[in-house]
Design a binder for this molecule. Structure first.
Ligand code: 5GP
Length: 185
C-alpha cells in the first residue's frame, strides 16, 4: 500500500536523533534514584507541566522508589516570534493544596527560562514544604532570565526538538526519542 501524503510529510520533518530511547531510560533511572534519596520517604507531589511533560512524568514517576503522588497543571506560554514572553496562561490548575507536600515540578524543556520562572514563583507562593524542579532537557545557552533547574537530565544546543512529549504543531509527541525538527527540507 502506498504511503499517505500526510505520512510522507510527517516523516520528512524528523531530523537527526539527538537522544536515543536508551539514553533517556538510563538518565531517568538515575534521576529517579536521586529524587527517592532526596526525600527519603517524605510526601512527594510530582507536578507535570502539560502537555510536553506527560511522557517524561510517566517514566520518571515509575523510576521513583518512594511514596509519591502526581498532579497536573496545563500552562500555555505566549510567544513573541519564537520566544516565550514569560506571560503564562494557566489552562488547568492543580487539583489540590500543595502546602502538605514536597513539590517537584516536572518539565520537558527549559529554554529562555521564562515559563518556569513564572510557574516556580506561582507554586512557591502556595507554600509547599519544599520546591524543586526537574527538567528533561535544558537549552542553557538560550537563557534570558536567571533560572536554574535543580535536576537537568540533558543539556542540548539551540535546536528545535521534537519527540518524547515535545511537539511541533501538536504532532511528534509520541516519538520515543528526541530528534531535531527539520524546518527546511
Ligand atoms: P521558555 O519559557 O523556557 O522559553 O519556554 C519553555 C517552553 O517552550 C517549553 O515548555 C516548551 O513548550 C517550549 N519549547 C522551548 N524549546 C522547545 C523545543 O526545542 N521544542 C519544543 N517542542 N518546544 C520547545
Amino acid at each position: 500500500m502506498e504511503k499517505h501524503a500526510n505520512q510522507i510529510e510527517y516523516e520528512k520533518r524528523i531530523g537527526r536523533v539527538l537522544i536515543t530511547e536508551q539514553e533517556i531510560k538510563e538518565e531517568i533511572k538515575k534521576a529517579g534514584e536521586k529524587i527517592s534519596a532526596l526525600y527519603d520517604g517524605r510526601p512527594i507531589l510530582l507536578v507535570a507541566i502539560l502537555k510536553g511533560s506527560f511522557v517524561f512524568m510517566a517514566d520518571l514517576s515509575r523510576a521513583i522508589n518512594a511514596p509519591c503522588e502526581v498532579a497536573f497543571m496545563c500552562a500555555q506560554s505566549y510567544f513573541s516570534g519564537t520566544e516565550s514572553s514569560g506571560k503564562v496562561n494557566i489552562v488547568m490548575d492543580l487539583d489540590r493544596d500543595v502546602s502538605k507536600y514536597h513539590v517537584v515540578i516536572v518539565e520537558d524543556i527549559v529554554d529562555t527560562g521564562r515559563t518556569l520562572k513564572y510557574l516556580h514563583k506561582l507554586i512557591g507562593d502556595r507554600n509547599p514544604l519544599s520546591l524543586h524542579v526537574v527538567t528533561l532537557l535544558d537549552k542553557k545557552e538560550r537563557r534570558v532570565v536567571d533560572f536554574t533547574p535543580d535536576i537537568s537530565l540533558f543539556e542540548i544546543p539551540d535546536y528545535f526538538v521534537i519527540g518524547y512529549g515535545l511537539d511541533c504543531d501538536e504532532k511528534y509527541r509520541n516519538l520515543p526519542y528526541i530528534a531535531e525538527y527539520k524546518v527546511n527540507i
